[in-house]
Design a protein around this ligand. Structure first.
Ligand code: ATP
Length: 230
């Protein structure tokens, strides 16, 4: 579904991503593990079209998307939940979530809201509240629900577990499993790999903009441990 070949991202003299190849199949969850500054966010941002300096080939469902705007990529079915729970703080929870479905009709938005509420009941309880008033875990779920509201076929989750209490890690893991059952492809990044290794199918250990180890989550557990990402 997603195929990346020889990707380079540089900021001035800094090589953030340095000749990287990566694939994600439909229904597959691929985890990218790496320390601060390894290049994980730069890779995600290149896939969604947020870095102008990206070079290389990015193919989504057989189509080269490298030259497309991030809006066009979103319309093709690529959803994104950014690092750091970036919700719109003064906007209501419901408006935050549905901002990810802005191009859809009222009827589709209302259907999508009902589906998301069935997965995350707290969205209904808090729907009118400004998102900035929620706890960190709730804000992260709002960000993920926003990415899901556009009915993506590929979802990019940048450090979804960062700084969260176990109860929220559990809820997000459940949401990821539901998306896997729906055949959604997921590319997620994490520094703390332990909970992410439980839900991913395949993983890569990234350092200095390059993939150093790849394998099934069982295969890379040892490498992740050795590099202190657990
Ligand atoms: P983190 O977990 O901290 O987000 P990361 O693995 O996602 O780390 P990136 O954020 O992609 O890593 O950063 C990779 C390298 O690129 C780092 O050396 C970082 O300092 C640099 N970098 C990232 N964004 C920029 C930018 N906008 N301008 C200049 N340098 C940048």
């Amino acid at each position: 579904m997603l195929s990346i070949r020889d990707l380079h991202v540089a900021y001035g003299g800094t090589r953030a991503v340095d000749g990287l190849d990566l694939d994600v199949a439909a229904g597959q969850t691929v985890l990218l593990i790496g320390a601060n500054g390894a290049g994980k966010s730069s890779l995600i941002n290149a896939v969604i079209g947020l870095v102008s300096s990206a070079r290389g080939q990015i193919t989504f469902e057989g189509r080269n998307i490298s030259g497309l705007s991030s809006d066009a990529r979103a319309r093709l079915g690529i959803g994104y939940s950014p690092e750091g729970r970036r919700v719109f703080p003064s906007m209501s929870v419901k408006d935050n979530v549905l901002s990810g479905a802005a191009t859809k009709s009222q009827r589709e938005q209302s259907e999508r809201w009902d589906q998301l509420v069935a997965s995350f009941p707290f969205l209904a309880e808090r729907q009118a509240q400004p998102a900035g008033q929620l706890s960190g875990g709730q804000q992260q779920l709002v960000a993920i629900a926003r990415a899901m509201s556009g009915t993506p076929r590929l979802l990019l989750l940048d450090e979804p577990f960062l700084g969260l209490a176990p109860v929220w890690i559990q809820q997000i893991s459940t949401a990821v499993r539901q998306m896997q059952e729906q055949g959604i492809a997921i590319l997620m990044t994490e520094q703390m790999a332990r909970p992410a290794l439980k839900i991913a199918h395949y993983g890569h250990v990234m350092r200095s903009g390059q993939i150093r180890r790849s394998g099934t989550t069982d295969e890379i557990k040892g490498a992740a441990l050795a590099e202190e990402y657990l």
